[in-house]
Design a protein around this ligand. Structure first.
Ligand code: HEM
Length: 483
């Protein structure tokens, strides 16, 4: 088994070494060193520490190339990140989950347009006395939403909608702090690998960008000119709402994916023998199509969720409140689905896509079609997995079962949200269900991922008797990093 792992690793090296680079997993690196929490280990060191590695590698040309590369560039690459980094990423993704649900509640209680200004720093402090409240209320009274929809509300009602939006924005700022400050610490303290640091940096940029998107979205509901152009009542643009939702979901998935990866690698390092048997299962070529399908499923669930964002943005859940029929028939008429009033070009060249994205009837039908496709794809995959569970890692089988349950619940929630004309608790649960389903699809896909090549090397080295000597620096450092 070990031989098999090492052989496949060496084959990969050989294939790439002759092109002058070494491939580590999916990223091509020119530094063939393994450093664990700051201590550098070259392949020669590993070869000296582990007799089987030594036997396989010592004579090879790859080793010489590796040594030459090390001389040229200092060894900086951490192999894996500390477990704390993994917990932090998963924890922060939980905060993003929370803000998505809160954002949904803000929309459903129609509170999102209550704060008419964007003050990134001073906006943290709400009105503190009666005078400040009256000033804030006066600003809201100038907004299209108050003038056209909410002119009946009093100061106490205004305080409620203000509070919802204020907490939403405050939560966003808190996520920024909880993400960025520890990220800097983990990078400086070398607790995160450069690979994780790069991802964290991209996620931090996306997080900052999300703040701007939030305000860009709110602006579309405050600006009368934009509302006139869209011929809309005072609500935010469905495009901007869906963009905001999609970035939130991407942030969530990015944090969770990276966090899970870090924790999984730490677990492998802690228990290399068990890890090796897991690797053997994951190396089974029969899993290749399933691995691709799992990523496809994640993408399909994401697209379905985005189509749900359009339904929410257009209040398209308030029409055709029947299921599975839409009204008296299975489908609305073609004239209604592709209504010319939605086309803005004189030659109606934009008729098709505008109806797909702007006509509530068509948008609702799309969501039904995508949701049904997602449901049956998961059902099909569930049946496939059930027949071949012996070749899959146990956890992957378990998460497939959970996914079947979650998608059934999600579809049921969606149907009841529609039948009961979008009551707030059901709609909010349906939104949370979408994130739960995405989480499940992501966990399933991550459980089928093959280990990165440096992980294979480390785990293989750790599992050999010689490397398990207490004075082996690989073992000591790897164990420390996995604590
Ligand atoms: C895989 C299954 C499904 C997923 C992943 C999904 C996802 C979503 C998402 C993310 C939203 C946006 C929520 C928000 O931003 O507030 C949404 C809205 C909605 N979905 Fe689904 N959905 C699914 C199935 C269904 C089904 C089967 C129906 C009913 C036929 C349905 C009906 C609705 C309705 C009516 C809304 C609008 C709710 C509102 O205005 O807040 N969904 N969906």
């Amino acid at each position: 088994m070990l031989k098999h792992v090492l052989k496949s690793t060496l084959l990969k090296w050989r294939a790439n070494a002759f092109n002058g680079t070494l491939t580590f997993g999916r990223s091509v690196m020119t530094r063939p060193t393994v450093t664990l929490n700051g201590t550098s280990t070259t392949f020669r060191h590993m070869a000296q520490s582990g007799s089987s590695l030594k036997r396989n590698m010592h004579s090879s040309a790859i080793l010489r190339q590796a040594e030459a590369a090390v001389k040229k560039q200092p060894a900086k690459n951490l192999l894996n990140s500390s477990k704390t980094v993994g917990y932090w990423l998963v924890g922060t993704s939980g905060l993003v989950f929370g803000i998505v649900v809160l954002g949904g509640l803000t929309r459903l209680t129609e509170s999102g347009l209550s704060i008419t200004e964007w003050k990134p720093v001073t906006g943290t402090i709400p009105p503190l006395n009666e005078k400040e409240w009256l000033e804030e209320f006066a600003r809201y009274k100038n907004s299209p939403e108050f003038q056209q929809l909410n002119s009946h509300i009093d100061l106490d009602e205004f305080k409620f909608i203000f509070f919802m939006e204020w907490v939403h924005r405050l939560w966003g700022r808190a996520i920024g702090a909880v993400f960025v400050l520890p990220a800097v610490y983990f990078a400086v303290a070398k607790k995160a690998s450069p690979r994780v640091n790069r991802r964290v940096f991209s996620l931090a940029c996306l997080l900052g960008f999300q703040g701007f998107i939030g305000w860009w979205m709110v602006k579309s509901g405050l600006d009368q000119e934009q509302l006139d152009e869209r011929k809309s009542k005072p609500t935010v643009s469905q495009y901007r709402l869906t963009t905001h939702l999609s970035v939130a979901f991407l942030l969530y998935l990015g944090m969770l994916w990276t966090g899970i990866e870090v924790l999984k690698e730490a677990k492998w390092v802690r228990n290399p023998t068990k890890a090796l048997s897991e690797f053997t299962k994951l190396d089974n070529p029969a899993l290749k199509p399933l691995r691709r399908t799992s990523l496809g499923l994640l993408a399909l669930t994401f697209v379905t969720a985005m189509s749900g964002g359009l339904v929410a943005g257009l209040d398209a859940g308030l029409i055709y409140n029947t299921f599975p029929h839409m009204g008296d028939n299975w489908l609305p008429s073609q004239r209604e689905l592709f209504d010319e009033t939605y086309a803005r070009k004189e030659d109606t060249g934009d008729l098709f896509w505008r109806n797909l994205l702007e006509n509530p009837t068509t948008v609702q039908l799309n969501h039904r079609i995508l949701a049904t496709t997602t449901f049956f794809s998961i059902l099909g995959l569930h049946m496939w997995v059930n027949r071949r569970k012996h070749i899959l890692p146990k956890n992957a089988v378990k998460s497939m079962h959970t996914m079947m349950g979650v998608v059934s619940l999600q579809v049921t929630l969606g149907i009841f949200t529609l039948l009961y004309l979008v009551p707030i608790p059901l709609a909010s649960l349906h939104q949370a269900g979408a994130i739960a389903l995405l989480t499940n699809a992501l966990v399933f896909a991550s459980q089928l991922r093959k280990p990165r090549v440096p992980m294979r090397i480390l785990v293989s080295g750790l599992s050999t008797k010689v490397v398990q000597k207490p004075n082996s620096s690989i073992l000591v450092e790897a164990a420390r990093s996995a604590k």
